[in-house]
Design a protein around this ligand. Structure first.
Ligand code: ZN
Length: 145
């Protein structure tokens, strides 16, 4: 099987849909201390610059979402998530459209990836895992915003 990161079809769709990612650390109060317990990676893409485009049933939006979802599903195969980390949840926000002020309120679709840590892995996650995420997404041609 050809790995997704090397799949040129995915890379060209990533370019076509302007896909980028955002990173949100997730904190929890543990014994009065704010601790990093995981993170969310958002994959965001869009197929039109029409600002009035707000149709949750749009087939093109659905296709953008399916590409984002395929990337999200491939990530644990290409990183050490499965080996090292407790939970990996994907939410494809399947009936929602995101309006992005940073993109002039352009309509986009997005997929969230939630990774929550196995407590035993402690501190090194931030650099190690984030580097893996960046490497994987870079290979797909997706840049952080
Ligand atoms: Zn659409």
């Amino acid at each position: 099987m050809v790995t997704l990161a090397l799949n040129s079809r995915v890379q060209s769709l990533v370019t076509e849909y302007g896909v980028f990612w955002q990173f949100w650390p997730q904190f929890e109060q543990i014994h009065g201390e704010r601790r990093l317990v995981g993170f969310e990676v958002e994959l965001i893409g869009f197929h039109t610059s029409d600002l009035n485009h707000l149709d949750p049933a749009c087939p093109a939006c659905r296709h953008v979402r399916s590409v984002l979802l395929a990337i999200a599903l491939a990530m644990p195969r290409e990183t050490s998530f499965r080996r090292n980390y407790l939970t990996y949840n994907i939410d494809s926000h399947s009936n929602s459209i995101l309006c992005l002020p940073a993109l002039g309120n352009r309509s986009a679709v997005w997929v969230s990836i939630y990774v929550f840590l196995n407590r035993a892995n402690g501190q090194s996650f931030e650099t190690d895992l984030l580097n893996e995420v960046k490497t994987f997404l870079n290979k797909c041609g997706i840049h952080q915003r």
